[in-house]
Design a binder for this molecule. Structure first.
Ligand code: CA
Ligand code: CA
Length: 145
């Protein structure tokens, strides 16, 4: 059985989608989660590939954030588009990583993912506040490779 299917329960997935919705209620930024089993290429490169595959560059303000997880490899990458990268504090990606890692290390995957989403949301909110004409530019559902 693929570990991707075992990684999160249906209920946990719902909670994650809800966290994305909650984060996006306060920012125009777009957050996505992609989970797959493994990849033969470096994880950062793969995250970038997935970012393109999911057409995450298609946001007006270039403010998409992808949390990429390779379950069997025990690796994850948090990747943000240029618009965000330009404005967030230098240590933002590192501190978000640390937040997620802390939960992952104790096996709390759902908690880690949600903590990462909410942390990214808080930062996005500062630079890309939600606006009345905001659109949900990217689906909130978890994608699987
Ligand atoms: Ca939006
Ligand atoms: Ca969205």
């Amino acid at each position: 059985m693929s570990k991707v299917e075992d990684f999160l329960s249906g209920k946990e997935e719902e909670e994650i989608v809800e966290a994305i919705r909650q984060a996006e209620r306060e920012t125009s930024g777009e957050i996505r989660v992609h989970i797959e089993k493994t990849t033969p290429i470096p994880h950062y490169d793969r995250a970038l590939e997935v970012f393109q595959m999911l057409k995450m560059f298609n946001t007006k303000q270039q403010n998409g954030v992808l949390l990429y997880i390779a379950v069997d490899d025990h690796k994850f990458v948090i990747y943000g588009d240029e618009g965000i990268d330009k404005v967030v504090p230098k240590d933002f990606w590192k501190t978000t990583r640390t937040t997620i890692e802390k939960h992952f290390k104790s096996g709390s995957f759902k908690e880690g993912i949600i903590a990462g989403i909410l942390k990214a949301g808080q930062e996005l909110k500062v630079h890309f506040p939600w606006q009345i004409n905001d659109e949900d530019e990217l689906p909130n559902e978890i994608s699987k490779g």
